[in-house]
Ligand binder design. Structure first.
Ligand code: MN
Length: 252
């Protein structure tokens, strides 16, 4: 049974995919907050999620990611997703309170779009580091070798995938627990083209707002420079957490 993926592991993997991810350590706990108040005009309104601080200064990823882009991206774009996610959840709370579900479809879509935007941006900041740009090591490297035939092949595929995203979206390295595999996915917008249960480990934002000030229409150049700041340490920790430490069976 050691080589087979157990049902318990699958359930664990699926649970980790949910927006509860921050609560189990895959993302900073500062991304989520279950109580609190945000809007002075609606004193009872919940703040469900909060914007995590950037893990480094705005200019830390220069010259590959410019300071102005990083500031606008985090402080305006990411903040906007968090605000809209909280708003949508409040609207659904109102719907429950008043028993009025006429607009539930719209607000549920808003939760998916903005919730996925919040999750992916939180992971994007962690996918880069001023000390990044190195090669993966350990368990994650072994899995990349197994699933992609080496880091060079991985980089080529990831670059091609991210570069060919239609419109706005993401390149995503994810762990897919059902097949026990790493996969490279595209996300259109933030939420489309995902596989249920696959957990993002490392992401590259290819919305124009992520690169246009510095790179204009040269998305490929931005993606190639993303590899100069890529943070494999975070991805490795997330992968190890998902796979769990190999422990001898206790029989109980
Ligand atoms: Mn973005």
């Amino acid at each position: 049974m050691d080589d087979h993926f157990s049902r318990r592991d699958l359930i664990k993997g699926l649970a980790l995919f949910s927006l509860a991810i921050p609560t189990v350590g895959l993302l900073s706990t500062s991304c989520v907050q279950t109580t609190g108040r945000e809007d002075k005009n609606t004193t009872e309104a919940h703040t469900y999620y909060t914007l995590p601080p950037l893990p480094y200064p705005y200019n830390a990823l220069e010259p590959y990611i410019d300071s102005e882009t990083l500031k606008i991206h985090h402080d305006k774009h990411h903040a906007g997703y968090v605000k809209k996610l909280n708003n949508a959840l409040r609207k659904l709370e109102e719907a429950r309170n008043y028993g009025n579900y006429a607009e539930v479809k719209f607000w549920t879509k808003e939760v998916s779009y903005n919730g996925s935007g919040h999750l992916l941006h939180s992971l994007y900041w962690e996918s880069m580091s001023p000390n990044g740009g190195r090669e993966p090591r350990g368990q994650l490297k072994e899995k990349i070798d197994e699933n992609f035939g080496g880091i060079s092949n991985f980089k080529k595929q990831f670059t091609a995938v991210a570069n060919s995203v239609e419109g706005s979206g993401w390149g995503v390295l994810a762990y897919e627990p059902l097949g026990d595999k790493l996969i490279i996915l595209q996300a259109e917008k933030h939420q489309d083209l995902a596989i249920w249960g696959a957990v993002p480990l490392l992401v590259c934002d290819v919305w124009e707002h992520a690169y246009y000030l510095k790179y204009q229409n040269r998305r490929i150049e931005y993606i190639k420079n993303f590899f100069n700041v890529i943070n494999w340490e975070t991805a490795s920790k997330k992968y190890k957490l998902l796979r769990g430490e190999k422990k001898p069976e206790t029989g109980t």
